[in-house]
Design a protein around this ligand. Structure first.
Ligand code: GLN
Length: 544
């Protein structure tokens, strides 16, 4: 087993997840199999109950784990699906230590952070490595070195490197090199301090990835090398990139690929980045920008809808169509007519998933607009449920239509709680979660888009379409285009519309640069067609 650890210093939010994914990519490009583990030192057992405003989107894995959004980056960069065991949290580790203690597994011993908690951490990492059968396990340690919460994890990794021995484990430390003052001086002191912190706990970094606004000069690299006791070629510079998928190539250009091979005692074959380069070239070449309005509740924090943004990115890299995303807070819509006017000019509208009553009226306003003005529309999960409620209200005249999530006593529950959810009192991990089989209606638009009728998509919801309304929907041209194996509604599509599709599942979690999701590709193509149809809206100025 070979392990590559990525830690971070100075501040969080340095793009450690992207760095880790990119390092994995460099190894993969050399034909080395890899897998990744993310350590989140917080006490939550998983990310499912966490507010997207604090941590960004909750990323759902095939097995239903609600994970940190970095797991999404890993899957996208590596083109591999991961499972819950790839996300370790303090909550998970402690829970299993406490369960073992209660069962008497520790045979009367005093249970301590060292060796029991650290032992549990090492065991979990080894288990993932074995299950994945990968040559290299990358381990990203969340937070920054020096945080109390991350101590047991770093200690466990230090112990592991001792156990595995020379040539089996390497440490990468990501730090910030800020540029300050009127002449733009790059400052190495924060990096020095954070490396000192790391060395105080017995870890000597083998590679320093310096993040910052601009590339480091040879002088600054030499300075970091001297103060931090790493060879000059092991100080690499990754300046901010406008396209995150550039990072593997930046690292490659800095000579990191051969260096990793050397550190981990692996063969250094010439890397193959051809498909990646082609993706980036197509992305860059993109013309004919289309404007997509994304209407949600957490639009101030882009990370809350990261996978949607990435899915559109993948379409641009595949189709060469420029895609401009415009984010609108659904709560602003009822009180700001200017936003309505702008959505009217969009080439496509997306309403992503969400929870609760806040902002739903605005979402339905946007959906009504897309439906009646025939703007291509994709509704995902809550955006799908809202499309059903909007249709019932405005197309069928069922004025009281609602989801029981917003009004538990509604006389017209178009969307209501799954039977199995009615008894539950816990919030964490209790939704319908993860990859489930979806059967498409042969001959539907959706079936045509996918080019098949039997597939798997990831889920995360509690409420579903109430079958009672399906006949009336169908009579008005809003028909079921997908179902679960046991017949529940997974998708609806509108007949008399260029593209109006709602899906109960989350296609955004499966889109990857090398395999963009067919639904997003279809939406973008419909948007392109919409843009080319001359309309009064097309004559008005571009969206701000
Ligand atoms: N709130 C809705 C439900 O629980 C939709 C969930 C979602 O959009 N992820 O069913």
């Amino acid at each position: 087993m070979k392990v590559l650890v990525v830690s971070g210093g100075v501040i969080s939010g340095l793009g450690k997840g992207i760095t880790t994914s990119s390092l994995g990519r460099l190894l993969k490009a050399r034909g080395i199999s890899v897998t990744i583990v993310k350590i989140d030192p917080y006490l939550n057992v998983d990310a499912g109950t966490m507010n997207p405003y604090q941590h960004g989107e909750v990323f759902v894995l095939d097995d239903g784990t609600e994970a940190d959004l970095d797991l999404g980056n890993y899957e996208r960069f590596l083109g591999q699906s991961l499972s819950g065991s790839h996300n370790l949290t303090t909550g998970k580790i402690y829970r299993s230590v406490i369960e073992k203690e209660r069962r008497g597994d520790y045979l009367g011993n005093t249970v301590q952070i060292i060796p029991h908690v650290t032992g549990e951490i090492k065991r979990s990492i080894r288990e993932v490595a074995e299950a994945a059968g990968a040559e290299v396990v990358l381990v990203e340690v969340g937070g920054t070195v020096g945080d109390i919460e991350s101590m047991p994890f770093l200690e466990a990794l230090r112990e592991l490197s001792y156990e595995l021995g020379e040539g089996h484990m390497a440490f990468v430390h990501t730090t910030l090199v800020p540029v300050v003052g009127p002449v733009g001086e790059a400052k190495t002191k924060p990096t020095q301090h954070s490396v000192r912190e790391l060395r105080a706990i017995g870890i000597r970094p083998n590679l320093i990835v310096a993040r910052g606004p601009a590339p480091l000069t040879a002088d600054i690299k030499a300075k970091i090398s001297l103060f931090c006791d790493v060879p000059p070629e092991a100080v690499v510079s990754v300046p901010d990139q406008s396209i995150i998928y550039e990072v593997p190539l930046v690292l490659e250009a800095e000579g990191v690929g051969p260096l990793l091979a050397r550190l981990l005692n692996l063969p250094d074959r010439p890397p193959d980045h051809s498909s990646w380069k082609e993706y980036l070239a197509t992305y860059r070449r993109a013309e004919t920008p289309i404007d997509v309005a994304v209407v949600g509740k957490y639009t101030e924090l882009r990370d809350a809808y990261l996978s949607h943004a990435e899915a559109f990115h993948h379409c641009q890299g595949r189709l060469g169509v420029g895609i401009r995303l415009h984010w609108y807070d659904s709560e602003d819509i009822p009180r700001n007519p200017a936003i309505v006017a702008r959505i009217e000019q969009a080439d496509a509208v997306l309403v992503p998933g969400g929870f609760g009553a806040r902002g739903v009226e605005g979402k339905m306003r946007a959906i009504a607009l897309a439906r009646t003005a025939k703007i291509p529309y994709l509704g995902v999960c809550y955006g799908f449920q809202m499309a059903a409620v909007e249709f019932a209200r405005n197309a069928l005249g069922v004025a009281a239509a609602n989801t029981t999530e917003v009004d538990p006593a509604t006389p017209e529950p178009v969307v209501s709680l799954l039977e199995e959810q009615k008894e539950l009192s816990e919030l964490g991990g209790t939704m319908r979660l993860g990859a489930q089989r979806v059967l498409l209606t042969p001959g539907s638009k959706l079936a045509e888009i996918y080019g098949k009728t039997d597939l798997w998509e990831r889920h995360r919801h509690r409420y579903e379409i109430n079958p009672k309304y399906l006949d009336r929907f169908a009579a008005a041209g809003f028909t079921v285009s997908a179902r679960t194996v046991d017949g529940r509604v997974e998708a609806l599509e509108l007949a008399d519309h260029p593209f109006f599709v709602g899906v109960q599942y989350h296609p955004e979690f499966l889109s990857r640069p090398e395999a963009p999701h067919p639904l997003y590709l279809a939406l973008v193509q419909a948007a392109l067609a919409h843009k080319e149809v001359p309309s009064p809206a097309a004559a008005s100025p571009a969206l701000a």
